[in-house]
Write a protein that binds this ligand. Structure first.
Ligand SMILES: *Cc1c(COP(=O)(O)O)cnc(C)c1O
Length: 370
């Protein structure tokens, strides 16, 4: 059978162009035998939380049995992580941050409903929402510093608006929304709108006026904080994420849960990772120190870039982005062109270990024509 617009089997808003294609895996790369540094997907170059790996090994022989019936033990561990300020029932958990995002979108969006994005942004907000036949309204971040267009976003809200997606620190820009800006913004949101604040990179932020969604959720606002175990905990391959919000909104989104919502290994690894303060500290210290090393060399090379509160840096090379990516790839350095994230001409590089960062700078010096 062929798909055409007269055939009612196929929903017209389910487009193949709405499939999110992530960065390449290292197996797809030919570096001519050179050591490959994967700096294209904001992964943790220190590897995975050792406590999480230990939990996975301890449970790998139990896979013939179903996991816990509910995510209660993970919710309890999350509650402890948030020092009991958030309670069991306030979390939404699933097999990846992306899947939590999809649950939220399916819970609140639909035909004739609208959502607001602020490009440059993490593309899945749009891709998943389009699958619900919802209408996108994009209010671009303001250049040159990619700040939030507060009046623009508030002015774009109408009676059909349900979700607003903001990201802090933002992917791919590395920039953040200051607390005073977010306070004022959230105070002016109408009751029928939910703010999704994607904070999967929050551990890396060190700006004094940075904030997560926590104070707003505690104040009972319609705000959802979105998190993932992929980046800081080094568990991107495992697929585990969570969100937290008010008890009412969490319970509502949980109505979309499937039986045995989170797989056994992810459940056990997530619980263990949350208590792995040593690995967390090591990761965050490394990134905050190594960002400065990369800045120093980008300054020296005259590369345009944005200061980052995250584990990656957005750059704007004078060379075409695609060409730079290909040339670096031949040197064994994988970075990400982010035109698809609304930043044409720009390239995003993950900050890693000193060896990885030095290899990146060395390769950049070799391939860029200044
Ligand atoms: C990586 C990422 C996520 C979620 O990643 P998962 O691997 O699906 O948990 C969500 N938002 C942003 C901005 C990201 O960069």
């Amino acid at each position: 059978m062929k798909e055409n617009k007269d055939n009612p089997i196929f929903k017209t808003h389910l487009k193949s162009s709405n499939l999110y294609v992530g960065g390449k895996s290292r197996k797809e790369i030919d570096s001519g035998g050179k050591k490959i540094y994967k700096l294209s997907s904001n992964e943790n170059l220190l590897g995975s939380s050792p406590k999480a790996l230990q939990a996975i090994r301890a449970n790998v022989d139990n896979l013939s049995e179903y996991p816990d019936r509910t995510d209660k033990r993970l919710q309890e561990a999350l509650s402890v992580f948030y020092k009991n300020e958030l309670k069991v029932g306030q979390f939404i958990t699933s097999n990846s941050g992306s899947e939590v995002l999809d649950l939220i979108i399916r819970a609140f969006l639909g035909e004739d409903l609208e959502y607001i994005t602020t490009n440059p942004m993490f593309k899945p907000y749009q891709m998943f929402s389009d699958k619900m036949a919802a209408k996108q309204v994009d209010i671009r971040l303001l250049e040159p510093d990619y700040s939030l267009n507060v009046e623009g976003v508030l002015g774009a809200i109408n009676e059909n608006t349900r979700l607003i997606f903001l990201t802090s620190p933002n992917n791919p820009t590395g920039t953040y929304i200051p607390k005073a800006t977010l306070d004022a913004f959230i105070n002016r949101l109408p009751e029928h709108v939910v703010l999704v604040l994607d904070e999967v990179y929050f551990h890396f932020a060190e700006a004094k006026d940075y904030t997560t969604a926590l104070p707003y959720v505690l104040a009972g606002k319609n705000v959802i904080g979105l998190n993932s175990f992929s980046k800081t905990y080094g568990l991107a391959g495992l697929r585990l994420g969570y969100a937290y919000t008010t008890p009412a909104l969490a319970e509502y989104v949980q109505r979309l849960y499937k039986p045995f919502q989170v797989n056994t290994l992810a459940l056990e690894a997530g619980i263990a990772a949350l208590s792995d303060t040593e690995f967390l500290h090591k990761t965050v210290t490394l990134i905050q120190k190594e960002r400065l090393f990369v800045y120093e060399h980008l300054d020296r090379l005259g590369m345009q870039y944005w200061k980052s509160q995250s584990n990656f840096i957005l750059m704007k090379p004078k060379t075409a982005a695609k060409e730079l990516v290909e040339r670096l790839q031949k040197e064994g350095i994988m970075v990400r062109p982010v035109a698809g994230f609304g930043a044409p001409g720009c390239v995003r590089v993950t900050v890693g270990t000193r060896a990885a960062n030095a290899a990146f700078i060395g390769a950049l010096e070799k391939v860029v024509i200044f």
